[in-house]
Design a protein. Structure first.
Length: 224
């Protein structure tokens, strides 16, 4: 365009100030080409309005995750601990136990204990002690409780005052239990007679080798 040229006289100029051209573009006029398709942006007036801190907090994902509390599943009922006899015998049968551990096993198996002197010293004869008792002895006592379904009360263990020997109370092989109608019937009915001991006690033997001696006020049981 030359200097001083009047742009209003240029044919087809869409923004001419002349009255004729303001009525509409000429027939042969075409709009200028754009480099890409026109994009229309719609602005939502409510979205442009500033949000309050409470609104921003409610819509914030980070804040929402922090505010959520984890789901708490109801605890399953604690099951009573039981002795797995299939694992105890015969692999650990010869191991010796402390008094506390042995009494805990018996208690978990439903077997009770009684001490004449209300004590548990191994060196006092009127105590009931399970100190150094064999694991297999305790496991088989629990097994007897399960098989018979009878109440069992242990009255003698490894404390002093019992007869010595290889398979003795002191070495952890024997336990004494009280008489009661249920356990008496179970032992005499389901175990074979094995003669009479030298002191006159009648003997019964189980298929696994356990020997029951019927003494005057208790059963003397040898677990081998």
């Amino acid at each position: 365009m030359a200097a001083g040229e009047d742009i209003t006289a240029t044919p087809g100029w869409p923004f001419s100030d002349s009255a004729d051209e303001q009525e509409g573009p000429p027939d042969d006029w075409t709009p200028p080409r754009l480099h890409g398709p026109a994009q229309l942006t719609v602005i939502d007036p409510p979205a442009m309005a500033p949000r309050s801190p409470a609104t921003r907090s409610a819509k914030s994902r980070v804040r929402t995750r922090v505010a959520r509390m984890p789901r708490v599943r109801p605890r399953a009922a604690l099951r009573r601990s039981e002795v797995d006899l299939t694992r105890v015998l015969p692999r650990f049968g010869a191991m010796h136990m402390s008094h506390g551990l042995a009494t805990g096993w018996l208690r978990s198996g439903g077997v009770r204990m009684k001490s004449t002197g209300n004590c548990s010293s191994k060196h006092v004869h009127h105590c009931t002690s399970l100190d150094s008792v064999r694991t297999g002895t305790i496991a088989r006592m629990i097994e007897l409780k399960r098989e018979s379904g009878c109440p069992i009360m242990v009255t003698g263990g490894t404390e002093a005052g019992h007869a010595p020997g290889q398979y003795s109370h002191g070495n952890g092989y024997k336990l004494d239990i009280s008489h009661n109608t249920c356990i008496d019937r179970h032992i005499t009915r389901y175990h074979a007679k094995a003669g009479v001991r030298s002191d006159g006690a009648r003997l019964y033997r189980s298929g696994s080798g356990t020997v029951f001696a019927d003494e005057s006020d208790h059963w003397d049981i040898l677990f081998r």
